[in-house]
Write a protein that binds this ligand. Structure first.
Ligand code: CP
Length: 312
């Protein structure tokens, strides 16, 4: 059974099939035609880092499919007594989970967990690596609002360097045929640009020129301490998406943001709540891509998993 830890590793057909299945599940849910699974699985939601949207989406997704879910949070767990990540994963593996959904602040944690758990793993965001269900949900949202993705100009604006959303969105949307532009200050762009599928722009006006979709990234305020930006005010002046700056994009541009938002910094109230915003749809669609991801990873007849026995 396949894990889902990065969109970079998937073929375009696999991404398309996950997005299409999410759209089918949404339609079935909205018309009361969701079929519950025949064999109920236990989905472990292991959130070592805070989350609102992704955690709730996976809880809803598991419940809508007819699975059970159990929550694990870093706070209140034995990690606070010094238990290691490895021992935590082994312990949870022996707790009757069929699948693990993992969010962690360190890139690669889902791959570490694969060493100790024999079932499928879905990444719910790992460090600066990837956030696959965000990428899939954003693809579904664009597909619904634009009717297709192939040939669209998509500008991803902000802190690309530290953003797992930027990576998953870029891999996902480029594999589906979109042209990707990364827009932001030089200090917030990755040093290894050839590894990402898109062109870099340091100037907002030229970066979003004619864009069909503008995806704003959260400015990670903790980066202020690293001296990468002079100030949030300066950032907003140069890169905020608002009624004025968006004029450079296409007239029917779609404005997106994965959340959580820093209103007044990455975008203003008009951009966040106005007619061109797709932020509410992004949240709604995440539930259905999480359903598609769970179904894809588990298949239709989940088998009870045991921990892998590993000496190291
Ligand atoms: N976009 C996103 O991952 O939001 P959460 O951190 O609230 O899950």
């Amino acid at each position: 059974m396949p894990s889902l830890t990065a969109l970079r590793n998937l073929e375009p057909e696999q991404i398309q099939s996950l997005v299409d299945r999410a759209a089918e599940l949404k339609k079935a849910h909205n018309t009361g035609k969701i079929e519950k699974v025949e064999r109920q699985a236990t989905v472990g939601l292991l959130f070592f880092e805070d989350s609102t949207r992704t955690r709730i989406s996976f809880e809803q997704a598991a419940a809508f499919l007819g699975h059970r879910y159990v929550n694990f949070s870093q706070s209140g767990s034995s990690l606070s007594k010094g238990e290691s990540l490895k021992d935590t994963i082994i312990t949870l593996s022996n707790s009757g989970l069929d699948i693990m959904v993992i969010r962690h602040r360190c890139a690669g944690t889902p791959l570490v967990a694969e060493r100790y758990f024999s079932g499928p793993i879905i990444s719910a965001g790992d460090g600066q690596h990837e956030h696959p269900t965000q990428g899939l949900g954003d693809a579904l949202t664009i597909l619904e609002r634009k009717g297709g993705i192939d040939g669209l100009k998509v500008a991803i604006v902000g802190d690309v360097k530290h953003s797992r959303v930027a990576r998953s969105d870029a891999w996902c949307l480029s594999k589906l045929g979109a042209e990707i532009r990364f827009v932001g200050p030089r200090t917030l762009m990755p040093g290894t640009t050839p590894k990402l599928p898109g062109k870099i722009f340091y100037d907002l006006a030229s970066g979003i020129e004619g864009a069909d979709v503008v995806i704003c990234l959260r400015l990670q305020k903790e980066r202020m301490n690293e001296g990468l930006l002079a100030s949030t005010r300066q950032y907003s002046k140069l890169y905020q998406i608002n009624r004025n700056s968006i004029k450079h994009a296409a007239d029917d541009v779609l404005i997106m943001h994965p959340g959580p938002l820093n209103r007044g910094i990455e975008l203003d109230d008009w951009a966040a709540d106005g007619p061109q915003s797709a932020i509410a749809a992004q949240v709604e669609n995440k539930v259905f891509v999480c359903m598609a991801a769970i179904e894809w990873a588990l298949g239709r007849a989940p088998i009870r998993r045991k921990a892998k026995v590993k000496a190291s």
